[in-house]
Design a protein around this ligand. Structure first.
Ligand SMILES: Cc1cc2nc3c(=O)[nH]c(=O)nc-3n(C[C@H](O)[C@H](O)[C@H](O)COP(=O)(O)OP(=O)(O)OC[C@H]3O[C@@H](n4cnc5c(N)ncnc54)[C@H](O)[C@@H]3O)c2cc1C
Length: 267
């Protein structure tokens, strides 16, 4: 199923600069991007995500697509590989429109294009964004919510929790690579229970611990909305469990494969 997406009314290709590159924990870095073109970006909060364009190794300049629509993909494909930027999807963790800045938290895992860029990104380096909207759209009928993510969805879930009303009741399952990646200081509404799960070298795909924990959990009563994102087998596996074993209606589940084990993102 293609998740329901709320797209912005108008969007533009935006070219920015790295303002800061800060290591948050063993597996996470925060990249702050800024620049005057952010006046064209409308922060929507929650899991709002962007295509992030960044230079390949050795490219001094960033060649951004010019079209402000999904036709950017065709534009990118006709560029020679030597001049084409990398493009990956990331969440806007925080926006500070008054400073023309946004934060993006990126998981460092092996020597992939995004991880390698984060390791070399310095203030002043170019990067670009294109808004792709958000998928966290809880219906009014939900009495409580279940939010589930592996490390790739941690920024989205933290942003959702930052924007949550005080009345939110939720069970939140967050799986991270290491105990040292847990954010012990997050502040959440009283009715929100956060279950941190750290793999700490355990075997299995990211998301397995979260899936197992939910399979064994006694969930609160009442109709609930689930938002799950991360490794695609975790997202589809959770949906299958909720629908088949817990009789959850399909429209009450938003499941988004953020990445696929063993496959690079296109672009
Ligand atoms: C809407 C949306 C929002 C997202 N938000 C974020 C975000 O805020 N922060 C974030 O870090 N990620 C986020 N992701 C996931 C991110 O786009 C992918 O992880 C992406 O593949 C990273 O690119 P890469 O260059 O590191 O790896 P790729 O070149 O795409 O993949 C190379 C290899 O690494 C593996 N791989 C990819 N991602 C991971 C991972 N997280 N852990 C372990 N192995 C991996 C792949 O399976 C492949 O084998 C988001 C994805 C979507 C669709």
């Amino acid at each position: 199923m293609v998740p329901k997406v709320r797209l912005p009314d108008a969007r533009k290709m935006i070219t920015l600069e790295v303002v800061a590159n800060t290591r948050l924990s063993p597996s996470f870095a925060n990249i702050t991007l800024g620049g005057p073109e952010l006046e064209h970006f409308k922060p929507a909060g929650d899991d709002q995500a962007v295509r992030l364009f960044f230079p390949r190794e050795g490219q001094e300049k960033l060649r951004m697509p010019r079209v402000n629509s999904e036709a950017w993909i065709a534009e990118l494909l006709v560029m020679s590989k030597a001049s084409r930027p990398w493009v990956r999807n990331f969440t806007i963790r925080r926006a500070r429109p008054e400073l023309n800045e946004v934060d993006i938290e990126i998981v460092l895992h092996a020597d992939t294009p995004a991880s390698a860029w984060v390791r070399r990104a310095r203030p002043g380096d170019p990067a670009g964004i294109f808004d792709i909207g958000l998928t966290y759209l809880p219906p009014a009928r939900a009495e409580w919510q279940m939010l589930v993510g592996d490390e790739s969805a941690l920024p989205a879930i933290l942003a959702i929790l930052d924007d949550a009303p005080e009345s939110l009741a939720a069970q939140v399952y967050l799986e991270v690579p290491e105990t040292a990646d847990i954010r012990p200081d997050i502040v959440v509404p009283e009715g929100v229970h956060v279950h941190w799960l750290a793999r700490d070298g355990a075997d299995g795909l990211p998301g397995t611990l979260a899936l197992d924990a939910i399979r064994q959990a006694t969930l609160p009563p009442g109709r609930f909305y689930t938002w799950v994102a991360g490794e695609s087998r975790m997202a589809t596996g959770l949906r299958r469990h909720l629908v088949n074993d817990r009789d959850v209606p399909k429209p009450d589940i938003a499941f988004i494969g953020y990445w696929k084990h063993g496959r690079s993102s296109p672009g």
